[in-house]
Design a protein around this ligand. Sequence first.
Ligand SMILES: [Zn+2]
Length: 181
Amino acid sequence: MNKPAHLMGGLTAGIAASKYIIPIVSHNGLVDGMVSIGAVICGALLGSLLPDIDHRNSYIGRKLKIASFIISKTLGHRSVVHTPLVIFAFSALLFSFSNGLTGPVQDLSNSFVIGLSSGMWSHLLLDMMTKRGIPLLYPLTKKSFRIAAFKGGGIGDTIAITGCTILIFFILLDFAGIYSI
Ligand SMILES: [Zn+2]
């Protein structure tokens, strides 16, 4: 999948994740709800692109050249960085760091990490729709798994963007209490 499809996936995941932080924010009363939701969405958009840091020609790879060079040379594209295990471990690490913070900064940081993690999971899901798939069960096996076999940048991206747009519509209806998903 290309950048626009991943960004749409991240946006969808971020909006969906926002639902779960609203009660936390209103309970703490420390950070304005809109700022927290903004942090979730920003995190989700970044997270939706982040796994492709292992690909030097990707958007994020070109932005973070040195990190991308090291990761792509040592791990290769669509390897360890594209696995649920690493995404889970990386998210857990960020959460534990974020929980060590205090006050409003912690609330903001937690919101950003929730978004970042959601975005990275959306990336894996969308990459599973491509021919190359992802090493879903790493380190048990390096075999790639997929749920569809689209080529990057083709009709699969269009389907993903359309599907995400429809999903966002229903999530917002859910937020408004008009429809329950
Ligand atoms: Zn990818």
